[in-house]
Ligand binder design. Sequence first.
Ligand SMILES: Nc1ncnc2c1ncn2[C@@H]1O[C@H](COP(=O)(O)OP(=O)(O)O)[C@@H](O)[C@H]1O
Ligand SMILES: O=C(O)[C@@H](O)C(=O)COP(=O)(O)O
Length: 412
Amino acid sequence: MKLGCIGDDFTGSSDLANTLAKGGMRVTQYTGVPSGPASVDVEAGVVALKSRSVPVAQAVEQSLVALDWLLAQGCTQIFFKYCSTFDSTPEGNIGPVMDALAARLNATRVIACPAFPTTGRSVYQGHLFVQDQLLSDSGMRHHPLTPMTDPDLRRWLGLQTQHAVGHVTAPTVFAGADAISAELDAQHALGNTHIIVDAIRNEDLIAIGKAAADLPLITGGSGVALGLPANFDCSPSRPDWTSQDGKCVALSGSCSVATREQVTRHKEKHPSLEIIAANVIEGRQTAQDIASWALQADGIPLAYSSADPEVIKSVQNEYGLEQSSQAIETLFSDVAALLVAGGVTRLLTAGGETSGAVVEGLKLAQLEIGPEIDPGVPALRASKDLTLALKSGNFGALDFFEKAAGVLGGSV
Ligand SMILES: Nc1ncnc2c1ncn2[C@@H]1O[C@H](COP(=O)(O)OP(=O)(O)O)[C@@H](O)[C@H]1O
Ligand SMILES: O=C(O)[C@@H](O)C(=O)COP(=O)(O)O
């Protein structure tokens, strides 16, 4: 294994794996830290953790265990993948994990770049934009677990880390890889360890990737991985895929704006069932009810808890954030297990935490990366007769669920 990656959630990990696979690397996504060695032909290993929203100490500990395993597989470079919307609270977990990885790797110039222009995320003047809005004006300000209320990444990361945060500005990035490397050195000389790097176009990300060739640690969204395969002598290719027929079901726990629109669109043509958080918490709506409904429904049935910010707020006020999100995640995990036991072969999930709960609940050790469904979302194969698509909350076209069913089924 050459490139070792640690993803702080499961959709984010598949997003990164997708970029590396398209860049021609042989990639495997692991569910947590594997207990044995990786297969020798894996060039990039992505250890998917569910560490984005857990307490800081747990996120750090899990990330260091993942790091040790990746180093033991021979990795010469480590990539820490977080969300392109920098999902985190003022306490972490991005900063503390970066601090711990940097200390273990003796990394003194650590790039932090969540930009992913293909999906509208750009970093300019140290600020993160979602399309034409500052992050704090986008739907992310209402995220159920990590509301993003400050678009200045230097300031937000500064709250989370022990280190001083530097910045490589856009004009330097536009000047190319050598200029970026020189500025990383200059930032280090100023005492800055973590360095926000501006990027608004794919060519910026490729230049950053080139400048990062000899760095032990890179952090960011999947965009900044665009330039990495070339550093390992890999060139773009389309991953192999064997089509999968059979029953397809969609589960959505994401409350992000894009997912809510996709849910509304999907309901027009396919059977749907709304999951009401209070009913789940009080035991009136069970995994068995939902799975039985989905297994009998035609088309691509969708069970969803996706709801507007006011609904989420009132549930969280009544039952607490932790209890309500846990109850929904456990439900989805149980539903997924019943669906797969009932013969579902194509499972679509929306939401990072939701997808993590499902994949961990299904005890899927590793995932093979297939072709891209929409930017940042690959087809995944878990076994001979189970395929998945783990959709990040804000990714995917309006007809994502239908489209994903088609790609898994080999019809696109
Ligand atoms: N109706 C609901 N009420 C309260 N919490 C919810 C509801 N639906 C989903 N959630 C919780 O909101 C969180 C959504 O996060 P996630 O799955 O990561 O989506 P995204 O990828 O859009 O961030 C999960 O923890 C989920 O359990
Ligand atoms: O970088 C991204 O935006 C995604 O890869 C990702 O991490 C998304 O997470 P969720 O929105 O929580 O699914």
